[in-house]
Design a protein around this ligand. Structure first.
Ligand code: SF4
Ligand code: SF4
Length: 412
C-alpha cells in the first residue's frame, strides 16, 4: 500500500513570464492522478515506482539541489519514459523534459557498450562501413555459434543481438520524383538505425508520397534525431543542430517522419537559434497526417476484407497525439475493419533503449501487450514506431508499419 501524502514537497516555483509554461518539478500537487497511468507502478505496485515519487527525486535534483540516494536513482532509472503521466497530470507536469534535465544534471556515465552504441548511431559514415560486416555475420553460421556459446550474454549484448534483422546496405537516392502530376515536394527523415533496418517502411513512404503527387527529397547529411542520447543524459545538441540546418536549407513543403519515436523528439527540437528550431518544427509532419491531409479524392485502394488493430506507440499517444490519422488513413482501404488495440495506454516495454537496459521489466510489459493482441483476435496489428515493432516482433507478435499495409493496397 502506498500513501498519497507521504512525501514532502517544496513550494511551487514562480513560472517563467514568457514562453511556454513548463511547471517546475517542485509544483507537483501530490494528487496521485498519474499513479495508475504508470506502467512501472502497474508492474511493481509500489509508490517508489510511480511518477509522483520520481517527480520528488527530480525536484531534489533540479529544484532543491540535493543529492538523491542510490535507491531513488534506481527507481528513477526504472522509468520507461512513456510520458503517460503527462497526459493525466492536472499540473501539466512536463515529465519528459524534467526527466531529461535531471539525467543531464546527474551526468549519467554510460558504460562502454552504451558509449559504443551511441557512437554507432551518431556516426553515419562508420555505420555504413560496418553494416556489410553485420550482414555477413547474420548470413554466416557465426550467429548460431555465438548464441550457443553464451558469449553474447557475457558481453551484455544478447538482448540487442536478438533484435537484429537483415540490414539494407544500399543508400537511398537523394531524389524520388513523382510519376504523376506534381503537387509539391517533401523531405523525408530517415533516422539512424531505421535507415538500415526499416527500409521497407521508408520505401513504402516514398511510394505513397510519389503516388499522391509529391517529390521526395532525402538529404544524405541528415542524422540521428538524438532521442536516445537525450533520454540517457547525453548531449544531443550537435545532432539537433545538424538536422535543423540540413532540413531548413531545403525548399520543401514539409519534412515528414515515419517513426513516431523520432517524430516525438523532432517535434520538441529546441536550439540556441530559436527561429531556426521554430521553422524546423513548423514544417515537420507525421507521414500519416500528411498523407491523410493530401490524399487525392480520386485515389482508390484495393479492398481487403479483414480486421487490424492499431498499436498506439507512447510517442504517438502521449507526445505527438495524432493517432487518429492512422485510423482515418487505414479506413481508406475498402472492407478493412480498424480497431484500437486493447490497453493502448500501456507501454509495450520497448521505450527507446529501455528494452536493452531493463530487459526484465520490458519483457513483462511486452507480455501484457502479447496478451492484448491475442484478446483482440485480429488479422494483423500495425504500429507507427519502428522500435515498438521490432521489440514486439521479437516476442512473436506480427506487427508492421501502417504504411506497408497501405502501400500494398495501391493499384499501381
Ligand atoms: S514516463 Fe511512464 S514510466 Fe515514467 S513515470 Fe511517467 S508514466 Fe511512469
Ligand atoms: S498527476 Fe501531476 S501533480 Fe498529480 S502527483 Fe502526478 S505529477 Fe504530481
Amino acid at each position: 500500500m502506498f500513501d498519497f501524502i507521504d512525501m514532502e514537497f517544496t513550494d511551487p516555483a514562480t513560472p517563467a513570464s514568457s514562453g511556454p509554461y513548463i511547471p517546475d518539478a517542485g509544483e507537483c500537487l501530490r494528487c496521485g492522478m498519474c499513479v495508475s497511468a504508470c506502467p512501472t507502478f502497474r508492474l511493481f505496485q509500489s509508490n517508489e515506482e510511480s511518477p509522483r515519487s520520481r517527480i520528488r527525486s527530480i525536484s531534489k535534483i533540479l529544484v532543491e539541489n540535493l543529492p538523491i540516494t542510490e535507491t531513488e536513482r534506481r527507481h528513477l532509472d526504472n522509468c520507461v519514459q512513456c510520458r503517460a503521466c503527462e497526459t493525466v497530470c492536472p499540473s501539466r507536469m512536463a515529465y519528459g523534459e524534467l526527466f531529461d534535465q535531471a539525467q543531464a544534471q546527474l551526468q549519467v556515465s554510460t558504460k562502454l557498450l552504451g558509449k559504443l552504441a551511441l557512437w554507432f548511431i551518431e556516426n553515419k559514415a562508420w555505420r555504413r562501413k560496418l553494416m556489410p560486416l553485420l550482414a555477413v555475420y547474420l548470413k554466416s553460421g557465426l550467429q548460431k555459434t555465438l548464441r550457443w556459446s553464451g558469449i553474447l550474454k557475457k558481453l551484455g549484448v544478447a538482448e540487442a543481438e536478438a533484435l537484429l534483422g537483415k540490414p539494407a546496405l544500399q543508400s537511398l537516392a537523394e531524389h524520388y520524383p513523382t510519376g504523376t502530376v506534381k503537387r509539391g515536394k517533401v523531405a523525408l527523415f530517415t533516422g539512424c538505425i531505421a535507415e538500415h533496418f526499416d527500409r521497407d517502411t521508408l520505401q513504402a513512404a516514398i511510394k505513397l508520397l510519389n503516388v499522391i503527387g509529391y517529390d521526395v527529397i532525402i538529404p544524405p547529411e541528415q542524422g540521428c534525431c538524438g532521442a536516445i542520447h537525450q533520454h540517457n543524459g547525453q548531449s544531443a545538441t550537435a545532432l539537433i543542430d545538424n538536422n535543423i540546418a540540413v532540413f531548413n536549407a531545403l525548399n520543401v513543403d514539409a519534412v515528414v517522419h515515419t517513426a513516431t519515436g523520432c517524430g516525438a523528439m523532432l517535434s520538441e527540437y529546441r536550439s540556441e537559434h530559436s527561429e531556426a528550431a521554430g521553422l524546423f518544427r513548423q514544417r515537420l509532419q507525421d507521414i500519416n497526417a500528411f498523407l491523410l491531409e493530401h490524399w487525392p479524392d480520386d485515389l482508390q485502394l484495393l479492398p481487403l476484407n479483414g480486421k487490424v488493430a492499431v498499436h498506439e506507440p507512447c510517442s504517438q499517444r502521449n507526445v505527438l497525439k495524432n493517432q487518429q490519422s492512422v485510423y482515418a488513413l487505414l479506413q481508406k482501404i475498402p472492407g478493412l475493419s480498424v480497431i484500437p488495440l486493447p490497453d493502448n495506454h500501456i507501454c509495450c516495454g520497448a521505450g527507446g533503449s529501455y528494452m536493452l537496459t531493463h530487459p526484465d521489466n520490458a519483457a513483462q510489459l511486452r507480455a501484457l501487450k502479447q496478451q492484448a493482441i491475442s484478446v483482440a483476435q485480429v488479422d494483423g496489428v500495425v504500429s507507427g514506431n519502428f522500435g515498438c515493432a521490432v521489440y514486439l516482433n521479437a516476442g512473436d507478435c506480427k506487427i508492421e508499419h501502417p504504411l506497408l499495409l497501405l502501400a500494398r493496397q495501391l493499384q499501381v
